[in-house]
Design a protein around this ligand. Structure first.
Ligand SMILES: [Zn+2]
Length: 345
């Protein structure tokens, strides 16, 4: 099994679509121009100044694990490992410089995570490198001088969550032990490592996801709104997605096939996506009517609906609505009713 064979399909599809977008292409060109002008090894210099480089002599155990991940994921770039002082569990992989890949760990993580847990974290970070996740400049787009178009921002968040799923699979592929992988995610999410305080139970942790799925079936009580905009999938969802991965034929000979795996993962991830634009329940329809009505009214507020506004609205309205027959003044009058209805359902 190779790293590319286990990559989450939605990560691949969404990243291809994002890389083809003009805004992303333009930004990548300008980042490239900046780096040609600027210093070639800015990240490395920064890491050497703020962190400790872990040489193979000093940190033989950590390097052994890195070697194992590099081999399993088929990486041929040289790797440099760093540690920095922090009580917070964290790790990061940087965009390569001059062919060199950098991974940074917080001191607390290195001390509190056992071998398998560390393999997962390291494999996850290297997964970001293997799948070229750094090619999509999400930070630049979202924090740039001009806010990105709404559909681009939502696509970036959705992609980013699926990119985490791919990286998690790479980590699990290196660790080969679901229990440790889940425990690592639990430690990252809760900060708790002392077994006297909390004894981690995989099944109980997974039951939290089933509760969330059951909750979502009730009309009008969908995913919390802030989840649309979070880039890291909430960790019980990640554990559930990883459990499915372990039960697939990517990890075991008798498992479910990849299309089935991806279907089930998408179902779990949909808990974090705004579904009312496509949904068919009464509450979806009420939310959609309110959203679209309000969008048309706002677009019309200043000097009518411009060509640019019309194009944006069309992207959301889809085929079933015709902009020309919508009357913004009537919609405005109708908004309080739509608001009340979306609350009622
Ligand atoms: Zn990640």
């Amino acid at each position: 099994m190779t790293a590319s064979a286990i990559r989450c399909s939605n990560d691949l599809t969404l990243s291809k679509a994002l890389l083809a977008r003009q805004e992303v292409k333009r930004l990548n060109r300008s980042i490239k121009r900046q780096s040609v002008k600027g210093e070639q090894s800015a990240t490395r210099r920064h890491l050497l100044a703020t962190s400790v480089r872990l040489s193979p002599g000093m940190a033989a155990g950590v390097h052994q694990k890195a070697d194992r991940c590099v081999e399993r994921l088929g990486i041929d770039s040289p790797l440099e490992l760093y540690a920095y002082a922090s009580p917070q569990f964290n790790a990061a992989c940087f965009k390569p410089e001059e062919g060199r890949v950098f991974i940074m760990f917080s001191s607390s993580l290195l001390e509190a995570f056992n071998d398998s847990e560390l393999l997962f974290v390291m494999g996850h970070e290297l997964g970001h490198h293997v799948y070229g996740h750094h090619q999509i400049p999400i930070g630049y787009v979202l924090r740039g001088r001009q806010p990105p178009p709404a559909d681009l921002a939502l696509d970036l968040f959705a992609w980013s969550r699926y990119a985490e799923i791919s990286a998690d699979r790479a980590g699990a592929f290196c660790a080969q032990d679901l229990e440790s992988v889940a425990r690592a995610l639990f430690k990252l999410a809760s900060g708790i490592t002392d077994e006297r305080v909390v004894r981690f139970e995989l099944d109980e942790f997974l039951a939290q996801v089933d509760d969330m799925l059951a909750f979502d079936d009730k009309p009008g009580q969908g995913a919390p709104k802030q989840d649309w905009f979070s880039t890291h999938p909430f960790s019980p969802l990640r554990v559930k997605a990883l459990k499915l991965f372990h039960e697939s034929d990517l990890m075991t000979t008798t498992g479910i096939d990849k299309p089935t795996l991806e279907d089930q993962v998408q179902q779990i991830m949909s808990l974090m996506e705004p579904d009312y634009l496509q949904g068919k329940t009464d509450s979806n329809r009420a939310m959609r009517d309110l959203f679209l009505g309000a969008a048309v009214v706002i677009a019309n507020a200043y000097e009518g609906i411009s060509k640019k506004e019309r194009d944006i609205l069309k992207r959301y309205l889809g085929e079933t609505y015709s902009l020309d027959t919508l009357d913004p003044d009537r919609l405005k009058e109708d908004l309080p009713r739509r608001t009340a209805e979306s609350y009622r359902i």
